[in-house]
Design a protein around this ligand. Structure first.
Ligand code: PGA
Length: 255
């Protein structure tokens, strides 16, 4: 059974959720283990190659994956199936990250199919939604991305997802990136939730948890998390620096 994101955070003694997205780093297993051991209470999404080793380590961190194959059909060179992930005690999977949407050509249709595959395997989806630029059309963009990402899913399934509002322009690897402000992140989260509630007739109390991602660090994390409607953060760059990530976790535990 998929637990809700809220239960996952509560079981780790934190009222807010912290997700570490390591992308294609660190370079060695030794560094990776070092980081994993200090990530108590966080959902850690390492590169696939570290998952097997981490599945054997006793730790307060929960395992997540950065991607999932579209289906379990075995003839897919280079892919990792949902079944393989669950065997390694992976509980979460990132779906529709902008790196995959924009740098690797993942279409809305692929994102939608991956989301459905994750749910079949009872992996909790961490669904990323976010505009490329904050222009006059950003609201329409967000509403369309929500519609195509969740197309065909029943409301009970949507309620189980964690949604991350992650504008591409705020991600640290985007040239000229700067973090969003809590106020404008909240505005976007409201648009995303409104779109889900309106189109899927979700009950307000049952709408999925929404998190923020994009240049989160120890200096700004508390500002985002003081908002009731921001249930957590997705941290990239700062989750790869042991001292910095420890600081973030300490701040979140103290909230
Ligand atoms: P960042 O990355 O925290 O380095 O901006 C977040 C992400 O892309 O998931």
């Amino acid at each position: 059974m998929i637990t809700s994101g809220c239960e996952a955070a509560t079981s780790n003694g934190m009222s807010k959720i912290v997700i570490a997205n390591w992308k294609m780093r660190p370079e060695t297993l030794e560094e990776a283990e070092d980081l994993f051991r200090i990530s108590d209470g966080a959902i850690v999404c390492p590169p696939f190659v570290y998952l097997e080793e981490f599945s054997k380590i006793k730790s307060g961190a929960i395992l997540g994956a950065q991607d999932i194959s579209l289906s379990d059909e075995p003839g897919q060179t280079g892919e990792i199936s949902g079944e393989m992930l669950t065997r390694l005690r992976v509980k979460y999977v990132i779906i529709g990250h902008s790196d995959r949407r924009w740098k690797l050509g993942e279409t809305d249709e692929i994102v939608n199919r991956k989301l459905k595959t994750a749910l079949v395997h009872e992996l909790m989806p961490i669904v990323c939604i976010g505009e490329k630029s904050r222009d006059t059309d950003f609201e329409i963009f967000l509403r369309n991305q929500v519609m195509s990402t969740f197309a065909g899913l029943p409301s009970e399934q949507i309620e189980k997802c964690l949604i991350v509002y992650e504008p591409v322009w705020a991600i640290s690897t985007t040239p000229g990136a700067k973090p969003d402000t809590p106020e404008s992140a909240l505005e976007s989260i409201k648009i995303i939730k409104d779109s889900l509630i309106g189109n899927w007739k979700l009950e307000i109390g049952n709408s999925p948890k929404a998190l923020y991602g994009g240049s989160v660090d120890s200096k700004n994390v508390a500002d985002f998390l003081k908002e009731d409607e921001i249930s957590g953060v997705l941290v990239g760059q700062a989750s790869l620096n042991k001292e910095e990530f420890k600081k973030i976790l300490d701040i979140v535990s103290s909230l």
